[in-house]
Design a protein around this ligand. Structure first.
Ligand code: ADP
Ligand code: MG
Length: 583
């Protein structure tokens, strides 16, 4: 996708404001070139004594009218165009956001959040500016330039025009040099700003850790270094932009000197009237705007090119989760993993190898094992955050990869160990899982997740704001809010990845009981429970014990105990610990 292509499509879809603005600009240009010619006629009329005062006032009236019209038309075209370019910015942002939402975890490991935020703000701003104002200023400048030069050559005297325009190629050269510097400086400035943003975002997210490690001053030093370089790159771009003005000034002075020199001689010889020379020098003055427009447009274009150079690769990064599936009917039936082997992109070690498991619809699968044994990885493959390197996963009639992500996400509900709460009320955070959930349904879900009493104690009950900007909840409370959300979603497949790790054992047991009752009541609801507490999986139809990415033991609770392996030992240990805690 090229930006020109993108803008072309955009302009075609929103041609009205652009055409309207272009028409108004054409009228402005026509009126603009009318003025010097008219002034020239007045001067000649006065010199020849042909104008009496009444006629003079009449002629001046036309000038005033033209001035007023130009003013209003200029305001109007700007309004038209700002609106159009803001809409383009909004579209680009939506596009970027939609693209980012489809990316998997791998993408976000590589890209800093702060830098992505800078893309959505600064970089898109630069594209937006270039696509609205700069485009029309370019059009306006070119049109005015053509008309003014045409009036100078055809309307007045081509020899004079040739002389006056002599310095302009030098200016064009200067402009070209300046704009290449602006390009480099803006690119640096956008990149530095992205890095600065990244640093701020990381620091704010990890501020507790930084404090605990006593790294504040180092982080602050790094920040000032980044801010410094962002500022200096930005300043460098500004400084080069400032160079446009003297270039225009020098050109204009030289052109005026040439005009008056040659023009004076022509008047002397009687080849040119004073009025025509006056009109000519006024035209020269009118070239200022096209020249500034050219400089300005060039610098905006360079900024845009730099910004697009950063945006495009992000928009075009292949999705780290392929969404080539076409099946859009909800998956029904058993979940089957056959010979599933996986290593994380860029890593040699196998996070999972040779996983075979069949989970019947309506059953519960327990997954246990030490930290790093591959439990979360297994969940991520089923969520299709990653694709298996070898082997395959089937759900119901089709391979997992054959479903559209949308279909899959509708059928799945996932509660991670560290759930995410949005800046919204508790009720909204729970209700998120289901379109048009009633308050009664939300309250019921909260009761089943054993969070209802906690909510009742919050300052505004269900309306209490939580998440980033709300009251801070404990880890266990956050987990229970997330469980309530999942219960409300009532998806065909529920994946709990150590989702109750911060809740006490007693409460966990109660929640799991509610969960099982609810899911058994509506048939065919399948559940996968990953837990470090074996009590959480004891009632599961099947339990997997993972070690270093392999299944080392499997079966029901009783048979695993009888096996006398890791599970049995861990069970005894956890029972002992529970009885010690109870004392
Ligand atoms: P568990 O959930 O059982 O604690 P994980 O599935 O998170 O274990 O991890 C399994 C293995 O994969 C570990 O060796 C871990 O270091 C590795 N791993 C986990 N996440 C990533 C990742 N994003 N990139 C690379 N390796 C990873
Ligand atoms: Mg894990």
């Amino acid at each position: 996708m090229t930006l020109t292509g993108l803008i072309a499509i955009y302009v075609r879809q929103n041609w009205r404001p652009y055409v309207l603005a272009a028409l108004m600009l054409a009228s402005v240009s026509a009126l603009t070139v009318f003025i010097p010619r008219h002034v020239g006629r007045i001067v000649d009329g006065l010199a020849a004594g042909r104008l009496d005062s009444a006629a003079l006032i009449g002629q001046l009236g036309w000038l005033v009218l033209a001035g007023v019209l130009i003013y209003f038309l200029r305001v109007a075209w700007r309004l038209q165009l700002f609106a159009a370019s803001y809409r383009l910015g909004a579209q680009l942002r939506t596009r970027l956001y939609a693209r980012l939402c489809l990316q998997g975890p791998h993408f976000f490991h590589q890209r800093g959040t702060g830098d992505l935020m800078a893309l959505a703000t600064n970089d898109i701003d630069a594209v937006e500016m270039a696509s609205g104002e700069a485009m029309l200023a370019g059009f306006d400048g070119t049109l005015t330039l053509i008309m003014v030069v045409a009036m100078m050559t055809l309307g007045i005297d081509w020899r004079l025009a040739l002389a006056a325009l002599l310095p302009f190629p030098f200016m064009a050269f200067a402009f070209w040099r300046i704009s290449s510097h602006i390009h480099q400086a803006s690119k640096d400035s956008l990149e530095h700003f992205g890095r600065l943003n990244d640093h701020v975002q990381e620091t704010l997210t990890g501020v507790r850790t930084l404090r605990a490690l006593g790294l504040e001053s180092r982080s602050a030093a790094r920040l000032s270094e980044l801010a410094e370089s962002a500022a200096s790159a930005s300043l460098r771009a500004q400084r080069w932009e400032a160079a446009f003005e003297p270039a225009v000034g020098i050109t204009l002075v030289s052109a005026t000197v040439l005009t008056l020199g040659l023009g004076g001689t022509l008047v002397w010889q009687g080849a040119l009237t004073i009025g025509a020379l006056t009109a000519f020098s006024m035209y020269l003055g009118q070239l200022i705007w096209p020249m500034f427009a050219a400089g300005w447009v060039l610098s905006l274009m360079e900024r845009r090119r730099a910004a697009w150079g950063r945006l495009q690769p992000t928009l075009d990064t292949p999705l780290s989760i392929d969404d080539h599936g076409t099946q859009s009917e909800a998956p029904v039936g058993a979940l089957l993993l056959k010979g599933v082997t996986f290593s994380y992109p860029g890593h040699q070690a196998l996070a999972l190898s040779g996983i075979d498991v069949r989970l019947m619809a309506g059953h519960t699968l327990g997954v246990v094992g030490a930290t790093g044994s591959g439990k979360s990885t297994l969940v991520r493959l089923i969520l299709r955050q990653y694709a298996a390197s070898e082997g395959h996963i089937r759900w119901g009639a089709h391979a997992l990869a054959d479903y559209t992500l949308d279909t899959l996400h509708r059928a799945l509900s996932w509660v991670p160990q560290e759930p995410f709460l949005f800046s919204a009320s508790v009720a909204e955070n729970i209700g998120l899982a289901k379109a048009r959930a009633t308050l009664a349904e939300i309250e019921n879900a909260a009761r089943l997740a054993c969070i209802d009493e906690d909510i009742a104690r919050m300052p505004q009950g269900y309306d209490t704001p939580v998440g980033e900007k709300g009251v801070s909840l404990s880890g266990g409370q956050r987990q229970r809010v997330a469980i309530a959300r999942a219960l409300l979603a009532d998806a065909s497949l529920l994946l709990l990845d150590d989702a109750l790790s911060a809740v006490d054992t007693q409460t966990e047991t109660t929640i799991l009981q509610h969960l099982q009752e609810l899911r058994k009541a509506s048939r065919d609801k399948t559940t996968i429970i990953v837990s470090h507490r074996l009590s959480a999986v004891r009632d599961a139809e099947h339990i997997l014990v993972l070690k270093d990415g392999r299944i080392v033991e499997q079966g029901k609770h009783a048979s695993l105990l009888a096996l006398g392996g890791w599970y049995a030992a861990q069970w005894r240990y956890q029972q002992l610990q529970a009885s010690l805690d109870a004392d």
